[in-house]
Design a protein around this ligand. Structure first.
Ligand code: NAD
Length: 340
């Protein structure tokens, strides 16, 4: 262990929501100087990190080359992201700037998988519409007709940790399982999942749930062509990353009266909107505004991971990343090691 391992560090955390703040403070306050901000870290806000050796980022922060250069100049050495996905960080630029980068490689996959199911069930059984009606003492059933998931086909795109947890629940419902991934998961095979080409999954699944990381390869994996292949009454759920879906193509599909329903916990242009109260602002994103007008679309604000269990694990792993940084250790959470 390095002799500087006991140092107290200045840490700034971005995108901290109120429920998460006490957990972060408890994890860091005794040992380090932590500042929690509810800002998005981007070109406009990067000066707030000046003098902080550790920047603790969130999914919608924009860590592009310009921001990373500014961070390095301001004395930052470690970026530790409080998430599994890291598509918002330019790792090549970080390496060039001599910044090390860590993430939380795994935490409760059940948090996200269970929320994907919450959306799937709510969309299928028209829960939001029903609750809005009964609040107005309208107890009619018109327009609330759903269907059994039992006996129908679930298509799981990405059968890693979260996709597998989703598939287990689908299996519990008695669904036939189709999967698509570059690697077959033994647990999914054991559940009876059949791995197929994406196009076949799109064509045969009644319920499609996305659990892929956002990469150049997977950007807009659900595009106009994929949407055209889907059954007219398919249900599409995205709890992974907004960029997996071409949202404009989705709007066109829904406008044509296709798809039974859609549940979106993520949206490609969510940065600066999700996690904030925009209720008094003019909505300038026409695609999001149009999506919200469809009765069969439910949008939540990137909350799938937001359980006590998952947030506790994320904070604990982030604290370990900081201690590893101090001790000069790397591990499974390391995306860019410190410069040699
Ligand atoms: N909404 C939320 O709150 C939330 C929370 C956590 C994670 N996520 C998202 O969920 C995603 C999945 O998380 P996970 O923990 O299951 O990750 P994981 O790494 O365990 O699984 C990802 C799977 O995708 C597969 N894959 C990668 N590239 C592929 C490609 N080009 N084509 C086909 N398959 C490919 C991998 O083989 C792997 O099986 C994350 O990347 C993140 O974007 C969202």
């Amino acid at each position: 262990m390095s002799d500087t391992a006991g140092r107290a560090l200045d840490i700034v955390a971005y995108g901290v929501v109120a429920d998460e703040r006490p957990l972060l403070e408890e994890a860091f306050d005794d040992r380090h100087r932590l500042r929690c901000l509810d800002l998005v870290l981007d070109r406009d806000t990067v000066s707030t990190a000046a003098g902080c050796e550790v920047v603790c980022s969130s999914v919608n922060d924009v860590l592009d080359a310009e921001v990373l250069t500014a961070l390095a100049r301001g004395g930052t050495k470690l970026i530790t992201q409080r998430a599994t996905g890291y598509n918002n960080i330019d790792l090549t630029a970080a390496r060039e700037e001599g910044l090390s980068v860590a993430r939380v490689s795994s935490y409760s996959p059940y948090s996200v998988a269970e929320f994907a199911w919450a959306l799937a069930l709510a969309v299928n059984r028209r829960v939001a519409r029903s609750v809005a009606r009964t609040r107005d003492f309208d107890f009619r059933l018109n327009g609330l007709l759903g269907r059994d998931f039992h006996g129908r086909t679930a298509g799981v795109l990405g059968t890693g940790k979260i996709g597998t947890a989703f598939a287990r629940i689908a299996s519990g419902f008695g669904m036939r399982l189709l999967g698509s991934d570059i690697a077959q998961d033994p647990a999914c095979l054991e559940l009876g999942m059949e791995y197929v080409e994406r196009d076949r999954l799109f064509a045969e699944a009644d319920l499609i749930s996305l659990h892929l990381p956002l990469l150049p390869d997977t950007h807009h994996v659900v595009d106009a062509d994929a949407l055209a292949r889907m059954k007219d009454d398919a249900i599409l759920i995205n709890t992974s990353r907004g960029g997996l879906i071409d949202a404009q193509a989705l709007v066109e599909t829904l406008r044509a009266g296709r798809l039974d329903g859609v549940g979106l916990d993520v949206y490609e242009e969510e940065a600066g909107v999700f996690f904030f109260d925009r209720s008094m602002d003019v909505m300038t994103d026409d695609v999001l505004a149009r999506l919200m007008t469809f009765r069969n679309v439910l949008v939540s604000s990137h909350q799938a991971y937001f359980t006590r269990d998952a947030v506790g694990q994320i904070v604990a792993a982030t604290a370990r990343n900081v201690e590893d940084h101090l001790a000069g250790r790397t591990g499974e959470n390391t995306l860019v090691p410190p410069p040699a």
